[in-house]
Write a protein of this length. Sequence first.
Lengths: 222, 222
Amino acid sequence: MGNSEYRKTIDYILDLIRGGMLQVGDKLPTERSISEKLGISRNTVREALRGLEILGIVNGKQGSGNYLTDNISESIAKAMDVMLLMNRTSKEEICSFRRSMEKTVCSYLIGRGCSNENKLNIVAALNRLKESEGTSENSIADRDFHYSLIYATENSFWITFMNAVSEVYMRWIDNFLITADHSIQMLLQESHEKMVQGIITGDTEFCLKAIDSHYDIIENGF
Amino acid sequence: MGNSEYRKTIDYILDLIRGGMLQVGDKLPTERSISEKLGISRNTVREALRGLEILGIVNGKQGSGNYLTDNISESIAKAMDVMLLMNRTSKEEICSFRRSMEKTVCSYLIGRGCSNENKLNIVAALNRLKESEGTSENSIADRDFHYSLIYATENSFWITFMNAVSEVYMRWIDNFLITADHSIQMLLQESHEKMVQGIITGDTEFCLKAIDSHYDIIENGF
């Protein structure tokens, strides 16, 4: 059972994807047929498919086979979890990264222009967030608001990656939001509104300042 | 062979890491001992270890066992490759992301301050890049220069992630640099110098403009 057979199986699947023969949602060839086709043991084929599952490309459903899927941000989030676990990074580093990323996203939206549709989505998310204050929906509304900024970039690479960062980050923020008192909620909401105002009016400096005050509040509370 | 046994094996290894019993470079318990300890088949244990290999946490050396490793940026790069393969992202999106990231990194360095040691490293990398023009070392020197900016953030999460982005990106840029003529090389070098000048003098606007002109040259050449 060599490493190269493992690789061969993975390459076979990737070739099917590359060739367009396999799309997200499609069922993969059975383990047996791959094993026969490549002359590789079923154990190795199964290992390789599990590897692809970890990468977020394959979803194995018990009793029904393997399906092509698209959970790449989940697998990046998993890698981040492992980094945290191994002390290769810290909560502080990820928070600082996220603050910078949000600044980048907003500068990008202001610099490159943000479509009216995206502006409306951002404002709608801001309003839902306002209405959710004090309810159990608050942390989801908060996540959706920050997502709405990233989605407005219309860059799927950015969206996938930031979804992964958010997945890890949101565990901390959820905790913070649940315990935050009304005055902190008001300050957060004020900074959310100013961020949006900066995007709408195209005032980068104003927007970045609002992001800084937003993350200052959160990081002080962590 | 249930999914839960696979999970159990992974959790067992992660617990060893969490508890500090396993550090980067250490040899993992043998597949047999894990299998006996958890009462799980060796095939499942092996599958789980291969999964951790894909995540960049375990390195299996033929005939010698499995070692704890730290190839997380490689595994993120692999996930990016898959996204490209599945048309979930494009060269354009990754380039645009990278341009924005470099702006974020430089704004961060200027805003938060960059230590003298890091400034010296950046200048040294710039000088090596200048000297390498026209030689086969040029694309490595170019990568090292851009790395020196990211390293100056001293944020390991950022470094790990950008290493992954660079790994994918550099394949394109290498190709570009090899074929670029002297006038393009001069323009690139000028923008590199201006970026550094902006960082040293703390002039964000000047620096960001230089980054834009740098990536405009590259993206026009792609």
